[in-house]
Design a protein around this ligand. Structure first.
Ligand SMILES: Cc1cc2nc3c(=O)[nH]c(=O)nc-3n(C[C@H](O)[C@H](O)[C@H](O)COP(=O)(O)O)c2cc1C
Ligand code: SF4
Length: 518
């Protein structure tokens, strides 16, 4: 009888030799006369254990990792095809504490199924949400989304159902659904993991959006540095189309939906939704003035639903299990779950999907295991390069949109980058300003010029030139950027800069009073 062996195809695993491990397993099995079925699954998101190999046994899936090609003969000798003991044995996959304590709704299938098997997708609950949506009025689908409390997972956390309702209500011959897969935030990879590990869930979520608002064309704008995601997602589109889940008449319903992937232009600002639309239209990624909102005049001037990958990928389970089921997770106005991404100087980096409300400390220590260097964690940046730096005194903050906003911080796309006590926070503040200067689209003055002046002022502070006066000037500049910028790139760069100076004034060589003065 054939034994199923899983070796991930996710880029995180490929980057540490998963293909070579898969080849070694196939050739050793052939040499031993073992009949195996090799499945290239997505990653379970336990990056320090990649390549993590799993074997299907009568007692469930058993994991080994991190496996190198040189380990493979020893694994066969140890009887790993029966879950035999070996130095790399991790035990039943579902019992690994990092996974066992998670609440995987959006990532329910990632790492479990074959990402490009339609039958595996269906066997694990796939297409149920779409089938339900096909039997509903668009307005009822939108209402379910509103009731679920799902908010945009790309950054601004705007209620997804309200956006869809605006597009549904807009009168137009043509409407579009656009997925933002530019994933530019530092330390983030959940969009990529979905597209490589469970691409049909994104196709299903976008198709439900199209049915709900009356759109018949969709685009996925993909980060240019994601070649594996591009290959997997294009293959998934072709399979879904051939099986009737996309095309002229979705599952014979008479509703059409065509989906295409477009490679991004490779600039952080192209993740901002209006710059993304410009880029999709073949122009340079410059931010547009709002209003009009993209929901009214979006792609090619037509009403457009724009959501992040994780937002769309969370829709099928809502339409399958009901708004109430999803809304039962979370706290306050942050409903459901978020796939947090742990990166930087952390021992156990990876993906942790949990309901909102867990504390940052739990994420950093219970899951992350503290810093990779073994030194104390001094600061974390949550929510990408425009997120505030949080000191240890704020690690008990619950991961909730409002709790973070109250501290001048944000959860954004759920990226968490960890720094130990060797970090120079004045250098990080300079980095934030420099990042803004490099990535600015140049449309407005506070961002285009302010960020360059900001780098110069921080340099003067770091060099000890009239420190107090220059800190005051820096605060003034941040205030102008905050209130005068056209979009959040210039408007939020002050958050990492000011949080660094407020929480870590000693790194700027200024007393705490000066730091908090303004
Ligand atoms: C500078 C900048 C970069 C952004 N980059 C991304 C990105 O890479 N991916 C993303 O989904 N949203 C990004 N956003 C947020 C989008 O503008 C938009 O709010 C989001 O795609 C809407 O989807 P959601 O409601 O599902 O979050 C960015 C915003 C700004 C200001
Ligand atoms: S804030 Fe920066 S990125 Fe945004 S529109 Fe202004 S110049 Fe462009």
């Amino acid at each position: 009888m054939s034994t199923t062996v899983y070796v991930p195809r996710d880029s995180s695993a490929l980057s540490v030799g998963a293909d070579e491990v898969a080849q070694a397993i196939a050739s050793t099995a052939a040499a031993h006369g073992n009949d195996i079925r090799l499945v290239r699954n997505g990653s379970r998101g336990l990056f320090w254990l990649e390549p993590m190999v799993e074997v299907a046994t009568p007692a469930g899936r058993i994991a080994y990792g991190p496996v190198s090609p040189a380990d493979v003969p020893g694994l066969f000798d140890a009887g790993f095809l029966r879950g035999g003991p070996h130095g790399l044995l991790l035990g039943p996959t579902d019992e690994i504490p990092y996974l066992k304590k998670q609440e995987r709704l959006t990532f329910a299938r990632v790492g479990i199924t074959d990402p490009l098997s339609l039958s595996d997708y269906e066997a694990h609950g796939g297409w149920k949400g779409l089938r339900n949506a096909l039997g509903m009025q668009g307005a009822d689908v939108v209402e379910a989304l509103i009731q679920s409390g799902l908010r945009g997972r790309g950054g601004a956390a705007f209620p997804a159902g309200i956006k869809w309702r605006t597009v549904l209500g807009a009168k137009a011959e043509q409407k579009y659904v656009v997925c933002n897969a530019d994933e530019g935030d530092s330390g983030t990879f959940s969009d990529r993991m979905i597209m490589e590990g469970d691409p049909f869930v994104l196709i299903e979520g976008m198709t439900i959006a199209a049915l709900a608002v009356g759109a018949d064309r969709g685009y996925v704008y993909l980060r240019s540095e994601y070649p594996d995601a591009e290959r997997t997602f294009n293959a998934a589109i072709a399979l879904a189309r051939a099986a009737g889940y996309l095309g002229d008449s979705i599952l014979g319903s008479g509703h059409a939906f065509e989906l295409e992937l477009r490679r991004g232009a490779g600039a952080y600002i192209c993740g901002e939704e209006t710059a993304m639309l410009e880029s999709l239209e073949g122009k340079r990624g410059m931010v547009r003035f709002k209003p009009p909102l993209p929901a009214i005049e979006g792609l090619f001037g037509k009403p457009t639903v724009i959501n992040n990958v994780i937002t769309f990928a969370s829709v099928p389970i809502i339409l399958d299990k009901g708004a109430r089921y999803y809304a039962d997770y979370g706290m306050g106005r942050s409903r459901g779950t978020l796939p947090f991404q742990l990166a930087g100087n952390v021992k156990r980096g990876g993906l942790v999907e949990r309901a909102f409300g867990m504390t940052l400390r739990e994420l950093l220590y219970d899951y992350g295991g503290g810093s990779a260097s073994g030194r104390p964690i001094r600061a974390v940046q949550v929510g990408g390069p425009l997120g505030a730096y949080l000191p240890e005194s704020q690690f008990d903050l619950p991961l909730d949109y409002e709790a973070f906003a109250a501290k001048g911080a944000m959860i954004g796309h759920g990226g968490v980058v960890v720094f130990d006590d060797t970090v120079d926070m004045a250098k990080m503040a300079r980095y934030a300003m420099e990042f803004c200067a490099i990535e600015s689209c140049g449309k407005c003055t506070p961002c285009r010029i302010g960020s360059t002046r900001g780098v110069e002022v921080i340099d003067r502070v770091r060099n000890g030139e009239s420190r107090d006066a220059n800190v005051e000037l820096l605060r003034d500049l941040c205030d102008t950027m905050l209130h005068g910028s056209l979009c959040a790139l210039g408007g939020m760069t002050p958050f990492p800069v000011l949080s660094a100076i407020d929480h870590f004034p000693e790194d700027f060589g200024v007393p705490a009073q000066t730091a908090k003065a303004a």
